[in-house]
Design a protein around this ligand. Structure first.
Ligand code: HEC
Length: 143
């Protein structure tokens, strides 16, 4: 009986390794209907009071709009993710959301923001996010 369990465990190892590999990076953030819908509610509850919505300007003038008029789309997904969790560099009023939102919720809110951009802008920002990830992989392999 023990050999059977050992065999089953050994057979499961490569599968486990493969699934870990597949789940390695959430960037660039993929847009799914589920994420975008969840992100819309999270945005309304946590972000819109300062940043406004795609059809209303930011109530707090210091908060940049997340529309194409703002500069959110100039940044890679990974940076946006870290900034929402731990504040952007030199932030004065933007709160940290670590401990308030889960990492999955931050990904969902960013998926929603990305979904509001015109296709062309979204594609540009996505390929920028992709090359950003490739550069980071190169750095971590010492290239
Ligand atoms: C209390 C007001 C406030 C709330 C709430 C808020 N922000 Fe901000 N945010 C700001 C301000 C102001 C800045 C500009 C940096 C600064 O001076 O703090 C900013 C900057 C940012 C930036 C960097 C600038 C950019 O667009 O690239 C991102 C990204 C961002 N906020 C996302 C969010 C998200 C997502 C939420 C909701 C989860 C949120 N913010 C909630 C006020 C706020």
């Amino acid at each position: 009986m023990l050999w059977l369990i050992t065999l089953a465990a050994l057979l499961a190892l490569p599968l486990l390794a493969a699934s870990c590999g597949a789940a390695k990076s959430p960037f660039p953030i993929r847009l799914t209907a589920e994420r975008v819908n969840a992100g819309r509610s999270i945005y309304t509850a946590n972000c819109a009071s300062c940043h406004g919505t795609p059809d209303s300007p930011p109530p707090l003038p210091a908060a940049p709009p997340h529309t194409v008029e703002g500069h959110t789309w100039h940044h890679a997904d990974r940076d946006l993710f870290n900034w929402v969790l731990d504040r952007p560099p030199l932030a004065t009023q933007m709160p940290a959301f670590r401990g308030v939102l889960s990492e999955d919720e931050v990904i969902a809110v960013l998926a929603y923001i990305k979904s509001t951009w015109p296709r062309e802008v979204r594609d540009r920002q996505t390929s920028f996010s992709e090359s950003y990830e490739r550069q980071l992989e190169g750095v971590s392999r010492g290239q």
